[in-house]
Design a protein around this ligand. Structure first.
Ligand code: PLP
Length: 442
């Protein structure tokens, strides 16, 4: 392929820009979740009008092949008929009762029958809520206060988890948001990923104080940071030896890497798991689960309080049931993962042949574009912030070629079942062109 050096003209964003100006009057930064504001890439955010299969259309009528998938939930693509029909059918009977429905049992059965790590679960309305509740459960169960998290893992926006590492190997968290009391952050210990020495030191220093260690089974919110299997094994052992519960936050990996998520991938045995995103089929659902014994601590059986007006909402349950039913069909993950692997490896082969400092890290149907020449990136410090400038250029070139990636180089992308080989081939070509432009002055 000849080296491509021509940028395409910018797509029209007139209507999106107009909507964005309006939105700024109503919402801080014009958005209801910060990354949507396009602060790390060029131009105004695109206002999406419609999605179908692997495509989205913005307010200006531009069409894109979408690899953001609403940040993960849309493993079947946009607006799949099976999910839509079940949702509409369910809505005919009303939208919320605040009382139990059979649909909750049905979704719970789909989850529990196919996941050996959970005997009982509780549905919430978001991943953040699920994680926040799992932490409370761990504290209630162990009667300990401190938790340990990893730099480079995201667990939603609850106070205890909006903390980052200070300087040093094992640190009390420093708040990463205004409004989080320092005293809260001090209950969270932060260590780097994939580092057994740091874990050993933390457990020595906070002996008998750690209620839980929380990790994204495969960290995928700050790049894709694959952990060594031996490290995950070590993590399990040190938790067990110290009476500390291990929480696998599978909000992004759950049902993405199969029904047992990253735990299944590593053959690990977390004590508590949290799910969200795919579980809700595009509607707001989260969940945490554990053994019957641990879940026995949750109110009204036990003393750990947790509740929700819309928890187990029937319409959201219906979407989850329809989506998970599709995922259970034989060969679903095999086919999806094979497609995604071919896509990622094709791009990598091209970049390698051109000698570009660019890696496609991938697992299952998750991929991450990293502007690096490292063979592995396993902790947050391995990511060079300066490389994000290259992502920014790539993002613009891709939008101009009809490809939509999440608007930040720290975010992973997702291949869905709705991406056909034809569209993946199209996307690949656009990505190769964009890479040529990013590296034209290398
Ligand atoms: C998305 C995500 C969350 C937060 O879920 P929300 O539904 O956005 O609150 C928590 N943990 C992980 C691993 C996630 O990917």
């Amino acid at each position: 392929m000849p080296v491509n050096t021509g940028s395409k003209p910018d797509i029209s964003r007139e209507k999106s820009a107009e909507l964005y100006e309006k939105a700024k009057n109503y919402f801080p930064g014009g958005v209801n979740s910060p990354v949507r504001a396009f602060k790390s890439v060029y131009g105004t955010p695109l206002f999406i009008q419609k999605g179908d299969g692997c495509f989205v259309w913005d307010a200006d009528g531009n069409q894109f092949i979408d690899f953001c998938g609403s940040w993960g939930p849309l493993i079947l693509g946009h607006n799949p008929a099976k999910v839509r029909e079940k949702v509409i059918e369910t809505m005919q009977n009303g939208m919320s009762f605040g009382a139990p429905t059979a649909l909750e049992n049905e979704l719970a059965e789909l989850v529990i029958k196919n996941n050996k790590h959970v005997e009982k679960i509780r549905f919430t309305s978001s991943g953040t809520e699920a994680v926040m509740s799992a932490i409370r459960l761990a504290r209630g169960y162990t009667k300990r206060d401190k938790i340990l998290k990893f730099e480079g893992c995201y667990h939603g926006h609850s106070d205890s988890l909006l903390v980052k590492a200070g300087s040093g190997l094992v640190t009390f968290g420093e708040t990463s948001s205004l409004g989080v009391p320092k005293s809260f952050a001090e209950e969270t210990i932060v260590v780097p990923l994939n580092d057994t020495a740091a874990l050993t030191q933390a457990f020595a220093q906070f002996k008998d104080q750690l209620a839980a260690v929380i990790i994204e089974g495969i960290p995928a919110n700050n790049g894709l940071l694959m952990q060594d299997p031996a490290y995950i094994e070590f993590l399990q052992k040190i938790c067990k030896d110290n009476g500390t519960l291990l929480i696998f936050d599978e909000v992004i990996t759950g049902f993405r890497l199969g029904f047992e998520g990253a735990a299944g991938y590593y053959n690990a045995k977390p004590d508590i798991v949290t799910y969200g995103k795919i579980l809700g089929g595009g509607l707001p659902v989260g969940m945490y689960g554990a053994s019957a014994e641990i879940m026995g601590q949750i109110s009204p059986d036990g003393g750990v309080y947790q509740a929700g007006t819309l928890s187990g909402n029937p319409v959201a349950m219906a979407a989850g049931i329809a989506q998970l039913t599709e995922l259970l069909k034989s060969g679903f993950y095999k086919e999806l993962n094979a497609k995604a692997t071919e896509f990622a490896e094709g791009i990598q082969r091209f970049a390698t042949a051109r000698n570009y400092k660019f890696k496609v890290f991938h697992v299952g149907s998750i991929f991450w574009f990293a502007f690096t020449d490292r063979d592995k990136i396993q902790c947050a410090d391995d990511i060079d912030p300066a490389s994000m400038e290259k992502f920014k250029v790539m993002h613009r070139e891709l939008l101009n070629r009809g490809i939509y990636l999440g608007p930040s180089g720290y975010e992973v992308g997702f291949v869905s079942a709705a991406h056909t080989k034809i569209e993946l081939e199209k996307a690949k070509r656009a990505i190769l062109e964009a890479l040529d432009i990013v590296f034209r002055n290398k």
